[in-house]
Design a protein around this ligand. Structure first.
Ligand code: SF4
Length: 464
């Protein structure tokens, strides 16, 4: 496994608590080799890196093959029902493995663990421990407690937990994910996140500046700032705009991205930072969710369709060549054909570079599940989804086509998956670009003349 071993000052992993001693008694008897399987979003990828940091610091070895492990951790997602079903199916498979490998320890971590709580143990009694997103410091203790017999449960949400003192272990590459904020205070009615990740908290800016300096030393060229509503970042002294300006000052970092912002927190400070800091990419993922103000209100999205439209216009006026992507949900509770057409028309008007589009699926534990009727039929949800996908495919294709003949700047990430003679990387606007290697190297910023496109990729050659 190609890992970046961090040089961050190592602080105690455990908060002062008489019950949380970093004991490794079992590990002294058997070398513990841990395999982490990650599901869901980039926050989870970042959390898995954090877990690797905690475990490595406690003497565990991380492995990248399930076959080599005697501890398997599933870092799970709860955002959609099928994400949980996938993990439950995976657990059945791992149960078979556990029967053959008597020392195998099996832990379920992350959002689904927090969402299902003891129901997870009811569904899969062979699971050894269940840890929510604020309980990862307990990982060594959870693994060691397996000898006791009862499943270990770490499910307390903790507003004070930001893991700021822990050095994550990252897989080598040129792009690093950096969590700057945890939790969410927004309470959108369709979303489970506030219930499984708790209240919002931000890591102090100075620690993040130091983190980015360390990432540069480790060879990373690009950093992606992560948060559930990343632009509501506030450490008590600095807002998100301040953070972007501060991180731009770090020598050696070439690009700064962030995901996912909330439209209501897209302040003038943020727009100004994007417009004036060269290292901050001209790209924003700005979730729309619905183009109907009535539906947005039912979703508790805290903005209207008109305010969203004005925000996009303001950003485009101030930030030339801004690329925008979005998330859209169709078939939310009470969504009429008129509401849907408002979404369709707003998407057609804004012309996103790309979009993640979903049918609404009610999640147990959310406000919508408790208080609203999931009254749009599956067939109707499917039809609406198909229509916006067709619209977006054609817009994405046209947007890419317009780049033919243009020169884009690409950060070289590695070999193209389809052709070892080519490199691939992303433009400033986060478009995947493929080109012959010429004399370039991974980590270089190169100028590529676009010669052709597919719906999702630019194809070209390096130019001066
Ligand atoms: S802003 Fe809304 S959708 Fe995003 S994580 Fe928070 S509650 Fe969920």
């Amino acid at each position: 496994m190609n890992l970046k071993i961090p040089t961050k000052t190592q602080l105690p992993l455990y908060k002062a608590s008489p019950t949380l001693e970093p004991i490794n008694t079992r590990q002294t008897q058997t070398a513990r080799r841990v395999y982490i399987e990650t599901y869901g979003c980039q926050m989870n990828v970042s959390d898995s890196e954090l877990m690797s940091g905690i475990l490595t610091q406690n003497g565990y070895e991380m492995v990248d093959q399930l076959e080599d492990a005697n501890v398997v951790l599933l870092n799970t997602c709860a955002i959609r029902e099928n994400a949980e079903e996938k993990v439950l199916n995976r657990l059945v498979h791992l149960h078979h493995r556990k029967k053959r490998q008597s020392d195998l320890v099996l832990g379920v971590c992350g959002c689904m663990a927090q969402h299902m709580k003891t129901k997870l143990i009811d569904a899969a009694p062979y699971v050894d421990f269940v840890l929510g997103p604020d309980a990862y410091r307990n990982l060594p203790m959870a693994i060691n407690s397996v000898t006791i017999g009862d499943p270990f449960l770490g499910l307390k949400l903790d507003k004070g937990e930001d893991y700021a003192d822990i050095a994550p272990i990252r897989v080598e590459g040129i792009r690093a994910w950096l969590t700057i904020q945890r939790g969410c205070d927004k309470m959108c009615t369709f979303c489970i996140v506030p219930f499984v990740r708790g209240r919002e908290r931000s890591i102090p800016m100075q620690l993040l500046v130091d983190d980015v300096k360390r990432l540069v030393d480790e060879g990373f060229k690009e950093v992606v700032l992560l948060g559930q509503t990343v632009n509501s970042y506030n450490d008590g002294t600095h807002n998100f705009g301040d953070l972007l300006f501060g991180l731009s000052e770090v020598e050696g970092i070439e690009r700064i991205r962030f995901t996912s912002p909330h439209p209501s927190d897209a302040t003038d400070d943020l727009i100004e930072a994007m417009a004036s800091c060269d290292k901050v990419c001209n790209y924003i993922h700005l979730p729309l969710q619905s183009g109907s103000t009535r539906v947005l209100k039912a979703m508790r999205r805290t903005y209207t369709a008109e305010a969203y439209r004005e925000l996009v216009a303001k950003m485009r006026a101030r930030i030339p060549n801004l690329a925008i992507s979005t998330d859209v949900i169709v078939g939310f509770c009470g969504e009429t054909e008129t509401d849907f057409m408002e979404t369709y028309n707003l998407m057609a008007e804004i012309r996103y570079d790309s979009a993640f589009m979903f049918k609404y699926s009610s999640r147990d534990g959310t406000l919508a599940h408790k208080t609203l009727d999931d009254d749009v039929s599956e067939v109707e949800k499917g039809r609406r989804l198909k229509e916006i996908i067709a619209l977006q495919e054609s817009v994405s294709h046209e947007t890419n086509q317009r780049l033919i003949g243009e020169v884009v700047t690409v950060l070289v990430e590695g070999e193209s998956r389809k052709d070892p003679d080519r490199y691939q990387g992303k433009t400033d606007g986060f478009k995947t670009t493929v080109f012959p290697k010429a004399n370039s190297e991974v980590g270089d910023l190169v100028r590529v003349k676009v010669e052709s496109t597919t719906a999702h990729t630019l194809i070209g050659s390096i130019t001066k």
